[in-house]
Write a protein that binds this ligand. Structure first.
Ligand code: PLP
Length: 372
């Protein structure tokens, strides 16, 4: 080896080292307290009992590769949502599908647009693909169609939009989404990430299935990680135009979704009662939490999802509250990395957890606990 080689070593492509590794919500606290993990928008009700039974049955087939085409799950999703199964692609979480979309459509010099407080994975996937992230301002902690359109350039390849968005919980209504899709240049792919769609009860909301059906440049992603309670299994899917599905299918690993994920996903789709119960629990407790927390003098962003963004006076107070709650086993999500250092994000939990959070916040603010 010549001396000029002594510092040489493999170098990642440009963009890779620009990625700040994703920091998940924390899940630990002092050992002596019971932990309530309210930091990752997981469901407090867990998956359907039918899903758990299906998982147990999978122990018999662990040596057998899964169906790489995920046909049975795509057919179950097609039946459930009235979609053509040929236009569905399944992934190891919707995150995997977001990466595939970035790899398929973004190269060096290309741009993706996402919003100011948009979901962190869009930036990571864009940089991983060698592209340039472009951030569109939000208005009132809500995506703005006009700000997004103002960032379009000839290099724009993808607009990523979480609807509702994480960590703000805000959403664009059906008319605004339609306006965005109609105004985008035809070569720009609109990715609508509807991870929280099942939780939304507002009548003017759409997960945008009809826009996917009507356009060659709109894709919707969905997940089993949130309301279906299967985050550990890693299962998501997209519905898109045939040519987009074809591109993603070429990038996909031949067995990217495990057999347990496929079989448990099908079982979960079969339990409509569990889904309804989960929606109802969230609706009730999201409203209760928003009311009680606002009554303590804290700001709460109206949320369409299964979490609330709580506003403190400043970043110091948010950090102090985070520490105070963590010491009591109540784990919330700090969101400095989303440009919201004065906020904490709270996932809707069990009744017990929700009441403990409000009581602890009341103590933190030096006020009485909730009346109920
Ligand atoms: C949680 C979440 C997802 C889901 O990711 P998975 O990889 O399916 O677990 C996707 N998008 C947003 C905005 C989320 O908050």
């Amino acid at each position: 080896m010549s001396s000029s080689d002594s510092g040489a070593r493999p170098q990642p492509r440009p963009g890779v080292l620009a990625i700040d590794p994703y920091v998940p919500g924390k899940s630990s606290a002092p050992v002596h307290v019971k932990i309530y993990k309210l930091s990752s928008n997981e469901t407090p009700l867990g998956p359907s009992p039918l899903a758990k039974e299906a998982y147990v049955r999978c122990v018999e087939t662990l040596s057998i590769y899964p169906d790489g085409s995920a046909r049975a799950l795509r057919e179950a999703l097609g039946a459930r949502h009235k979609l053509d199964p040929a236009r569905i692609v399944c992934g190891a979480g919707s995150d995997e599908l977001i990466f595939f979309l970035a790899y398929a459509f973004i190269g060096p010099g290309d741009e993706s647009i996402y919003t100011q407080h948009g979901f962190a994975v869009y930036r990571i996937a864009t940089l991983a693909a060698g592209g340039t992230p472009v951030i569109a301002k939000e208005r009132n902690l809500t995506a703005s169609v006009d700000e997004i359109l103002g960032k379009i350039t000839p290099r724009t390849r993808i607009v990523f939009l979480a609807n509702p968005n994480n960590p703000t919980g805000t959403y664009l209504d059906a008319a605004e989404i339609k306006r965005l899709a109609a105004a985008l240049p035809r070569h720009v792919l609109l990715v609508i990430d509807a991870a929280y769609a099942e939780y939304v009860t507002e009548p003017d909301y759409t997960p945008a299935i009809e826009l996917v059906s009507a356009n060659e440049n709109v894709v919707m992603t969905r997940t089993f990680s949130k309301i279906y309670g299967l985050a550990a299994l890693r299962l998501g899917w997209l519905y898109g135009p045939a040519h987009i599905c074809d591109a993603v299918d070429r990038l996909r690993g031949p067995f990217n979704v495990s057999r347990p994920a496929l079989e448990v996903g099908i079982a979960a789709l079969g339990d409509a009662a569990h889904l309804e119960m989960s929606i109802a629990h969230n609706k009730t407790w999201r409203a209760w939490l928003a009311r009680e927390i606002a009554a303590l003098g804290l700001g709460v962003t109206p949320s369409a999802a299964n979490f609330l963004l709580i506003h403190f006076t400043d970043a110091n107070e948010a950090r102090a509250a985070d520490l105070y709650l963590t010491e009591r086993g109540l784990i919330l999500r700090a969101v400095e990395s989303y440009g919201l250092p004065h906020c904490l994000r709270l996932s809707v939990g069990t009744e017990e957890a929700n009441r403990l959070v409000v009581a602890a916040l009341a103590q933190f603010k030096g006020k009485d606990g909730p009346r109920a």
